[in-house]
Write a protein of this length. Structure first.
Length: 225
């Protein structure tokens, strides 16, 4: 049901920050230089193509850069369909590409070399680690509660071996999981009744319904049907 391994064997014991997602809906995108200058809870000061802005959650610059979330560790910014997590001081040039079709998502490596992305479960935002070694989407108990999943009542109880011991686990069904413009319904997931995994794993119950191409620096995900 769940395999506790990923692109790196220590995935369940690390706190993974960062979320990088690159996608479009088939249109040309203008590039932009984006830099994070200061971070506050639910606010960020950024520079876009040399212009300085202070944004609260949901606000956008005239160039179309929108603040999705912010904390002391980093800011998640969206620009022309490109959603990325920027640590303080990060400066990236985004955009300047063309997407082949509307059901394709590119996921890029984060600063730790892992494939991470921002998406949603049942309409609520979630930071995912792409994990082909996990047979299901997997999350910890706190994440499940945040998403309104009553796993102890609705889930099927089992157990799973982690690096150190057997952990109680509950199998549940998610109404909807979305990554970029790919949305799938009725996705199986497991909830570990503890603090691990620290980042929700995007496992094969979602990925198995997609075609996956690994180009080294990014994954290309496409709907099969």
């Amino acid at each position: 049901m769940y395999a506790a391994h990923s692109y790196r064997p220590s995935v369940l014991s690390r706190c993974l920050a960062g979320a990088l997602l690159l996608f479009t809906a088939g249109a040309n995108v203008c590039a932009a230089d984006i830099e994070v200058l200061a971070l506050f809870r639910d606010q960020a000061v950024i520079r876009v193509d040399g212009q300085r802005y202070k944004l609260a959650l949901g606000e956008s610059t005239p160039e179309g850069v929108r603040l999705v979330s912010a904390d002391a560790a980093g800011a998640v910014l969206e620009h022309a369909g490109d959603t990325r997590r920027y640590p303080l001081g990060a400066k990236l040039r985004v955009g300047g590409y063309r997407q082949a079709d509307g059901d394709t998502v590119r996921v890029y490596r984060d600063p730790h070399g892992m494939f991470t992305t921002v998406g949603s479960i049942n309409g609520l935002p979630v930071s995912f680690l792409v994990d082909t070694g996990a047979s299901s989407v997997a999350m910890n108990a706190a994440q499940a509660r945040r998403l309104g999943i009553d796993f102890r009542v609705e889930g099927e109880r089992g157990s799973v071996m982690t690096a150190s011991r057997a952990e109680p686990v509950y199998r549940v069904m998610l109404d909807m999981v979305r990554i970029g413009n790919i949305q799938l319904r009725n996705v199986e997931a497991v909830v570990l009744d503890g603090p691990q995994p620290q980042q929700t794993l995007l496992g094969m119950s979602f990925l198995g319904r997609l075609d996956i191409q690994n180009d080294g620096e990014h994954l290309t995900l496409r709907r099969k049907y």
